[in-house]
Design a binder for this molecule. Structure first.
Ligand SMILES: NC(=O)c1ccc[n+]([C@@H]2O[C@H](COP(=O)([O-])OP(=O)(O)OC[C@H]3O[C@@H](n4cnc5c(N)ncnc54)[C@H](O)[C@@H]3O)[C@@H](O)[C@H]2O)c1
Ligand SMILES: [Zn+2]
Ligand SMILES: [Zn+2]
Length: 349
């Protein structure tokens, strides 16, 4: 079988490997599409060293079909279309014992801690598999992982049906929050970024969303103006490592300033830099700050939304490339964030 192997940081090779043996308690998946994530870009550049060990096969966002079912596994049939939740909680820590898997102290993921889906076949445990109805396109099924991050964030922030929302970051995560929120709320939504093409991408899918380029417009002021000087019910931070813009607050502090009294902030960005905030700006509003990490069973929300046609992520996919072009795909994502959001690798027919 073919595999895209990162054999040194910054460099993939396509390797022929033996199809893996399936244990009795495992299911063999034939991968069809794998989606490249920002985390994969960090792994590619060596920023996850030593968590990832070379040679390594990334890929934690993928769809495929069941190829073989181990003899102790029930409930799955060969040929079924599936998506795989890459999360492997330890099951032992306090968070796991409280059924709070995203906070597991030694959370592992396929494609980050173990070899992943940039390969034709891989074995997974049955509890990681979600069945995907045939009417969901294989390409869309490869986006279920990232969409679930959006649904999980919406749950953490308890998005309601009329809530007004501001999202900082029109990247992969910000747009996933947008797509998920759109299936829940009919309230006013604002999206803030500094890459105009990404904002126009959002506008082309959701003409009623107000996009704000923070380079040219003060987003907090604009949101206040548009909400009768109140602010939004919920603000999401999905930027992480933020570009500093003179005379603007950082994205986290901007979120705090963009919400109404009693509103909520939900932070997802994983920056290594501290984000300066002023606590009294939160206290005066009795604001609620929550965070959101990966997902927790929201695969089913994503699958339902896709199957029922409530969500169409076609425009999130900026290119579909053959597994043989993996090196080029990573270069495009790195050098052209204005043109590319999600690139899918076609792994097998
Ligand atoms: N919490 C989670 O579950 C989770 C999951 C995946 C990724 N992440 C993190 O979320 C963050 C975003 O990930 P992504 O894949 O969407 O990245 P991305 O690079 O695609 O998107 C980030 C966006 O923020 C924009 N931006 C930069 N500085 C800005 C500023 N000052 N104001 C407004 N916008 C600004 C960029 O132009 C870009 O479009 C990262 O830190 C990532 O590590 C969190
Ligand atoms: Zn990812
Ligand atoms: Zn745990």
């Amino acid at each position: 079988m073919k595999a895209a192997v990162l054999n040194k940081y910054g460099s993939f090779i396509i390797e022929e490997r033996l199809k893996p043996q399936t244990k009795d308690d495992e299911v063999l998946i034939k991968v069809k599409f794998a989606s490249i994530c920002g985390t994969d870009q960090h792994i590619f550049k060596g920023e996850f060293h030593p968590r990832t060990k070379l040679p390594f096969i990334p890929g934690h966002e993928f769809s495929g079909r069941i190829e073989f079912v181990g003899k102790n596994v029930s409930g799955f049939k060969v040929g079924e279309k599936v998506a795989v939740d890459p999360i492997i909680p330890c099951g032992e820590c306090q968070a796991c014992k409280r059924n709070h898997y995203p906070a597991c102290v030694s959370l592992k993921l396929i494609g980050i801690d173990l070899d992943g889906g940039f390969t034709e076949y891989l074995n997974v445990k049955p509890e990681m598999i979600y069945k995907v109805p045939e009417q969901v396109k294989d390409e869309h099924a490869a986006l279920i992982e990232i969409l679930s991050i959006g649904f999980h964030a919406s749950k953490r922030a308890q998005v309601g049906k009329d809530d007004s929302i501001a999202i900082w970051g029109a990247g992969k995560v910000g747009q996933s929050i947008l797509y998920a929120s759109k299936t829940i709320s009919s309230g006013k939504i604002f999206v803030v970024d500094i890459i105009e093409e990404r904002l126009q991408m959002v506008k082309s899918v959701f003409p009623d969303v107000e996009v704000i380029n923070a380079l040219h417009t003060n987003p907090v002021n604009r949101i206040k103006e548009r909400t009768g000087n109140n602010g939004v019910d919920i603000a999401f931070e999905a930027v992480g490592h933020a570009t500093h813009i003179p005379e603007r607050y950082n994205p986290v502090r901007s979120c705090i300033n963009a919400i109404r009294g009693g509103g909520k902030i939900c932070v997802l960005g994983l920056s290594d830099e501290p984000a300066e905030i002023l606590m009294k700006e939160m206290i005066w509003k009795e604001a609620i700050l929550v965070t959101s990490r990966v997902s927790h069973g929201e695969y089913q929300d994503s699958i339902n939304a896709l199957a029922e046609g409530k969500l169409n992520p076609d425009k999130m996919i900026s290119a579909v490339m053959d597994i043989d072009d993996v090196q080029n795909a990573f270069a495009l994502l790195e050098n052209h964030p204005d043109k590319h959001l999600k690139i899918l690798l076609k792994i097998s027919e």
